[in-house]
Ligand binder design. Structure first.
Ligand code: ZN
Length: 394
């Protein structure tokens, strides 16, 4: 649990940030559509849940003040959330010290009841998954090691889910994070490390297991983890350095998906015209100059030159990001990657380049920093789309 979200029972509700990121989009079919009462109830319940997620404790009156909802609406939403196991009553509100007035009951999320099943398809040589509670803590986990080809099929994903379900847990939803372009939380349009093309993962898995399922881009899942369990604010550019370079973008707590569901797919954008040829045929793509396999091969070939290679990689990344930073007025960039590459040398060189390129009277200094969340970042982040899906079906 991050310090930023640490629970204090005396926390002022007006000071308590909450995450509209959890709130599902209201189902409408255009600007003239009317909002159905059931959508309104779901949105209210999501808003109430957001004030408490992941580990905040507030009374119904506190939530009403924080959200602007009426006490009656908050009570109705809380009753629904309690009955479904999303939240629970955790005890009486501490005395305010202002006399014997009636104390409210504190509400909090319920880590004992709801379970969520999260799958991460982004790692090399294995696929992994876990069943989590609402705090993002692991109840049970499993993995399947891939063969020499490093490839897997939908059937392997089925096997991993079945393995996790044999623990006897009953998750309310399944979330799958895949490194590729994902359409409508369902179809993997292109999968970065396989021949998958417009592969529907959601429907077959929902049919097989009878559990609501959502599919999302892995960098977007990691971004959600940084926002909800890490240090990220409502405006955040998240960079993931793995086999390739991926990214995800949060603006005013809304994840930007793009016209073709491909926001963040920056790996094959040339950053240096004179750079080495990439697997896609172009020269100087980010993947080809700062992807982790490329950097590791370069360091193995020049072991006495590692510091310079890593510093140059930091500068290359920052130079590539300077335009989107200025265009979107981003002030926080979080970089996730292995510690032998995204180290102090990398971040320091990237910060110097970024400050040089983007800081002006119009744009204050943008911070670039290393992500502090560990190796389960994608699994934990996938919890957020599972919650969004579950709340939208209340
Ligand atoms: Zn390329």
């Amino acid at each position: 649990m991050s310090d930023r979200n640490a629970v204090t029972n005396t926390e002022s509700p007006s000071a308590a940030p909450f995450f509209p990121i959890i709130t599902p989009h209201t189902a409408t079919n255009g600007i003239n559509s009317t909002i159905r009462p059931i959508d309104m109830r779901r949105n209210n319940a999501s808003l109430v849940f957001s004030t408490l997620f992941p580990d905040r404790q507030l009374s119904r009156a506190d939530i009403a003040r924080a959200t602007g909802l009426s006490r009656v609406v908050v009570s109705e939403a809380a009753a629904t959330l309690i009955s479904k196991g999303f939240i629970r009553e955790v005890g009486p509100q501490p005395s305010s010290g202002k006399g014997p007035g009636k104390r409210g009951t504190l509400l909090g999320t319920n880590p004992e009841r709801l379970r969520l099943l999260s799958i991460d398809l982004s790692q090399p040589h294995l696929i992994q998954g876990a069943i989590l509670n609402l705090f993002g803590q692991t109840i049970t986990r499993a993995e399947i090691t891939l063969g020499a080809s490093d490839q897997f099929t939908v059937s392997d994903v089925d096997d991993l889910i079945a393995q996790l379900l044999r623990s006897g847990q009953h998750p309310v939803g399944i979330g799958i994070a895949a490194p590729g372009v994902v359409k409508n939380e369902s179809n993997v349009l292109s999968y970065t490390y396989s021949q998958w093309h417009n592969t529907d993962l959601r429907e077959p898995i929902e049919q097989k297991f009878g559990i609501p399922t959502t599919v999302n881009n892995d960098a977007a899942s990691a971004l959600m983890a940084e926002r909800c369990f890490g240090q990220g604010g409502p405006n955040l550019l998240f960079i993931q350095l793995a086999r390739g370079v991926g990214s995800a973008l949060l603006i005013n707590d809304m994840r930007v998906a793009g016209s073709n569901y491909a926001v963040g797919e920056i790996g094959h954008i040339p950053a240096r015209q004179d750079g080495p040829q990439c697997s896609c045929g172009r020269h100087g793509c980010l993947d080809a100059i700062i992807g982790t396999p490329v950097l590791r091969a370069r360091m193995q070939g020049h072991p006495s030159d590692c510091e310079r290679i890593i510093a140059q990689a930091g500068r290359d990344l920052a130079a590539a990001l300077s335009m989107p930073v200025a265009m979107l007025d981003i002030d926080d960039i979080c970089v996730y990657g292995p510690s032998d590459i995204v180290n102090d040398t990398f971040i320091s060189a990237a910060q110097q380049q970024l400050t040089r390129d983007t800081t002006s009277v119009l744009h204050p200094r943008t911070i670039i920093r290393r992500c502090q969340i560990g190796g389960d970042i994608v699994i934990r982040g996938e919890l957020i789309p599972i919650l969004q899906m579950s709340l939208s079906r209340l």
